[in-house]
Design a protein around this ligand. Structure first.
Ligand code: 5GP
Ligand code: MN
Length: 335
């Protein structure tokens, strides 16, 4: 993978560019894709964003979201766009399989793939150019850096500012995680000087759900949460029946994994959701428990040191049993 700086002199040559975030894009992946799109459009490029799957409805406020193509729904259209692409930016993921059904197509595009990402262990050989920096709070912060480094800081627009700020807020847990460096706060100061209305973005991100999600969270915390004090671990297990009962949609389960972290002494929180196609795991830790290694070793996943995800094709009961085994094997790291 050649350094991202190598593409700066090429930005002025108009191209057909596709931007792809990871599957089920979150505020960082979607924010980064939209901010980059708004930036590149100013050079006269033709830009399409193709999301591997659908995304949470509460992200639809993001400017430009209505133009994002959902690959699962519009496969033919998306593949045609990809066939004509001259560059494909891959944002907020470290390996092509993170784009689910789109991965095979992405693997076979004939044009260069360009990576901008902050996850551990990127599959660098798949990318012609790129930047991977696990010390960065978010891919949105990296898009901000990209704009400055390329010498085009005059091109920030209101749309870009809102999208970048949303991704930074989401991926830093509202400026709380250790990834919240001085540079992150300087970014916010700069965006404020450029006219950021942060209260609107917080409102759009956190006060923008439907009643069913609130009731679902209440139900989960009372009925689906188990605390293992000996292991400083909390496990949330969500069966399919709960998803149906509360009409849970994509994105409604996001953030649930954070609630049990407020219990004193808890080091690891795990949640498993019984989705149609797989059992999806999320892990969050505090301090020196490595969620990336844990997810890689036991649940075909990965991510960051204190936040990762994984999956299983086993039944809900079976994968939960495996979690118990994994937790016991890690007792020395959890106590
Ligand atoms: P979440 O729990 O919010 O889905 O994911 C937490 C972090 O881990 C995110 O940065 C996400 O991109 C990453 N992640 C989630 N699932 C997977 C996975 O299956 N594989 C890898 N490599 N990363 C994942
Ligand atoms: Mn991210």
């Amino acid at each position: 993978m050649k350094p991202i700086e190598d593409i700066f002199p090429l930005l002025n040559q108009t191209k057909r560019i596709v931007i792809v975030p990871h599957q089920k894009p979150d505020a960082d992946a979607m924010g980064a894709s939209l901010a980059l799109s708004h930036f590149l459009k100013q050079f006269g490029h033709s830009i399409s964003i193709i999301s591997p799957t659908n995304w949470a409805g509460w992200l639809n406020w993001m400017p430009g979201c209505n133009e994002v193509v959902d690959y699962d729904m519009f496969k033919e259209k998306a593949e045609k766009i990809l066939d004509q692409a001259e560059w494909v930016f891959c944002l907020d993921f470290n390996a092509l399989h993170r784009t689910k059904n789109l991965a095979t197509k992405l693997e076979h595009v004939t044009c260069p793939r360009i990576l901008i990402d902050h996850h551990q262990q990127p599959d660098e050989k798949k990318f012609e150019w790129g930047i991977s920096n696990t010390n960065k709070s978010s891919t949105c912060e990296m898009i901000y850096d990209f704009i400055y480094a390329s010498g085009h800081s005059d091109k920030f627009t209101k749309e870009m500012i809102d999208c970048i700020y949303a991704g930074v807020v989401a991926d830093t847990g509202s400026f709380r995680f250790s990834s919240t460096t001085a540079a992150v706060h300087q970014l916010v100061a700069d965006l404020k000087e450029r006219g950021l209305e942060h209260m609107h973005v917080h409102n759009d991100l956190f006060d923008n759900f439907l009643e069913n999600r609130m009731r679902f969270i209440g139900h989960v915390l009372i009925n689906r949460m188990e605390v293992f004090y000996e292991y400083n671990t909390v496990l949330l297990v969500i069966p399919k029946s709960d998803l149906l009962r509360f009409q849970v949609k994509t994105g409604d389960t996001e953030g649930l994994v954070n609630y049990p972290q407020s219990i004193r002494g808890i080091k690891l929180v795990a949640i498993v959701i019984d989705r149609d196609e797989e059992r999806k795991w999320s892990f969050r830790s505090k301090g020196d428990f490595d969620c990336n290694t844990f997810a890689r070793k036991y649940f075909e996943g990965g991510g960051h040191y204190n936040a990762s995800g994984g999956r299983s094709s086993l039944s809900l009961d079976e994968t939960v049993k495996n979690f118990h085994i994994a937790m016991k094997e890690n007792i020395h790291l959890l106590q």
